[in-house]
Design a protein around this ligand. Structure first.
Ligand code: AMP
Length: 364
């Protein structure tokens, strides 16, 4: 085990949203300090950290000072610019997960190639840099298909569905005429995800897979156990393990899958990997003694991981926009509510979540 941080050591966190906030809360419960770096003065994480820097991700002087004032740095979002990551390591401070995890997950083409190299199934895909290349890609992939920007896509943004020849004509412009990939449409039965952690000594701990339901392209619920059999659960965990090991990764990672029924049985196709704590892992706060935020802090701090064992069945529901108002009034005995401390309610904005636990029935 290298670089085990002691009580009172400070973890730097790039990004001040709800994920950074919940990471900071977990760190403080373990006796560790946090320093949050975020350009937005109104970041929800600032309320729960003793140290903060409000500066741009391009501000190398501010980043250097931040990096030199902490014992390691982690992040809550995958779009950390490459030069930001480089500024941290050039200041002599370790970044977890590494810049390699960022490079791979920031670009859908690089990500698909990486996952395929590990021998894991992804949707059929082709690179598209122009309308002309889209036509060529369609010959290979066929319709229906999904055209996605290679970078900066999230919650369904930067992507468009192609069903007809007419959709094809406008598709490249519709996503802003940027470098893209065309993916074959995967006729999935359901979507699941695995939250997995790896520590600095290489030990891995995977949580049970969650079945995820989206509304308006935003995660609405994560249910554990999902309606999937034990073999599928074990395969999903095993695929997540292969990926996290291949990345030589330190921290918590989310792996999203499509579950597809084929003539030869159930198939798992990896949609994407997120090099961070993940919304579909918030259920761990109520159904596991060591949640994903604690697990991430333990890994980056050079500590041993906690157990990912689940002691209850659970449904996590995101509170989006004004759902937060009714959600915060929930007081049922099986219910845990979380408010992210965002002062302004906006439509489509993740404001908080509810975890509802039930007696544990399923084994998967
Ligand atoms: P993404 O931003 O890649 O996670 O995509 C957002 C959502 O769009 C996914 O959770 C799926 O519901 C849907 N989606 C994305 N790619 C595909 C695909 N190749 N086939 C079918 N559905 C997809």
């Amino acid at each position: 085990m290298k670089n085990r941080l002691s009580t009172g050591a400070t973890i730097g966190i790039l990004g001040g949203g709800q994920l950074g906030r919940m990471m900071a809360l977990a760190a403080h419960r373990l006796g560790l300090n946090t320093h949050i770096y975020c350009p937005d003065e109104n970041s929800p994480a600032f309320a729960v950290t003793p140290h903060k820097t409000v500066a741009a991700y391009e501000d190398i002087a501010a980043l250097t000072k931040f990096a030199q004032s902490v014992d390691c740095v982690t992040y809550e979002f995958e779009n950390v610019p490459a030069q930001t990551a480089a500024a941290i390591t050039e200041a002599g401070t370790e970044l977890f997960p590494s810049a390699k995890a960022l490079e791979i997950s920031q670009d859908r083409l690089v990500e698909k190639r990486f996952i395929s190299t590990v021998g894991i199934e992804v949707a059929p895909y082709a690179k598209v840099d122009s309308q002309q290349e889209l036509d060529i890609a369609l010959e290979k992939i066929g319709l229906p298909a999904v055209l996605k920007t290679r970078r900066f896509g999230y919650d369904g943004k930067g992507q468009t569905m192609l069903k007809t020849a007419q959709d094809v004509e406008t598709a490249f412009d519709a996503i802003g005429a940027q470098p893209a990939i065309l993916e074959g449409f995967v006729p999935f039965e359901k979507e699941i995800s695995v939250i997995i952690a790896r520590d600095q000594a290489g030990h891995v701990a995977a949580y049970d897979p969650a079945e995820n339901v989206h509304q308006n392209h935003i995660l609405k619920t994560s249910t554990v156990p999902g309606n999937i059999n034990v073999d599928v659960c074990e395969t999903a965990k095993s695929i997540a393990t292969q990926l996290i090991v291949a990345l030589d990764y330190v921290g918590v990672m989310g792996v999203e899958f499509f579950v597809v029924q084929t003539n030869s049985g159930t198939q798992l196709v990896v949609n994407e990997i997120a090099p961070r704590v993940h919304n579909s892992g918030h259920w761990t706060q109520a159904a596991c003694l060591n949640d994903q935020f604690e697990q991430h802090i333990r890994a980056v701090a050079g500590w041993d991981l906690g157990s990912p064992e689940r002691h209850a069945d659970v449904v996590m529901e995101n509170l989006i926009g004004d759902e937060i108002i009714a959600g915060m009034k929930t007081t049922e005995s099986n219910t845990q509510v979380h408010h992210y401390g965002k002062s302004e309610i906006r439509a489509g904005r993740k404001m908080g979540h509810i975890n509802r636990i039930f007696a544990k029935k399923g084994v998967n």
